[in-house]
Design a protein. Structure first.
Length: 176
């Protein structure tokens, strides 16, 4: 019987400790971006499975990844991009939050709902790049990597996506 190296056991413990803390965050990440709860649950499971596999492989090589929320959310972004890459399904749009209590916030909330409606009308590549860039706050190079494109092609796609978004956004759409 072979014993596991200490660094491999430490990596497993770190992931198990992170799991309880991260599960709501990872699921929430997918739930806000998917229209289907089942897909959000599947992607959450796939994220943790990939995290355990990646961390385990790294630990076996003696170079485990930096286990933590930023790393796990990076795995989540990759799983979401993998899910939508090459699929005809639209990129998810975040569900609008509960209406805010103050009347002053209503205009911003209305603008958000209009923007999400416009986003849903765009083509899948346009939605994907806009969601990654502006909702997930990915850099252009991160978007390119997640979409399987070059940086130059992603920059061009982003320009076209913003143009398409502005074209679909209603005149006088800003209510502030």
């Amino acid at each position: 019987m072979s014993a596991q190296p200490d660094h491999q056991r430490d990596t497993q413990r770190a992931l198990l400790a992170l799991y309880d803390e991260a599960l709501p965050t990872v699921y929430g990440y997918f739930a806000r971006r998917c229209r289907d709860r089942g897909i959000a649950e599947d992607l959450t499971s796939e994220t943790f499975l990939a995290a355990f596999q990646t961390a385990g492989a790294g630990a076996q090589r003696g170079a485990p990844p930096p286990i933590g929320m930023p790393w796990l959310l990076g795995v989540s972004r990759h799983k979401l991009a993998d899910h939508y890459r090459g699929r005809p399904d639209p990129v998810p749009v975040a569900e609008p939050p509960e209406p805010p209590g103050g009347a002053d916030d209503w205009d911003a909330e209305l603008d958000r709902m209009i923007a999400e409606n416009v986003l849903a009308k765009l083509t899948e590549p346009h939605r994907a790049v806009l969601v990654l860039r502006y909702m997930d706050d990915c850099s252009v190079s991160e978007c390119a990597q997640l979409l399987g494109r070059t940086v130059h092609a992603t920059e061009a796609l982003l320009v076209r996506a913003k143009r398409a978004f502005r074209k679909e956004y209603p005149e006088g759409g800003s209510h502030e």
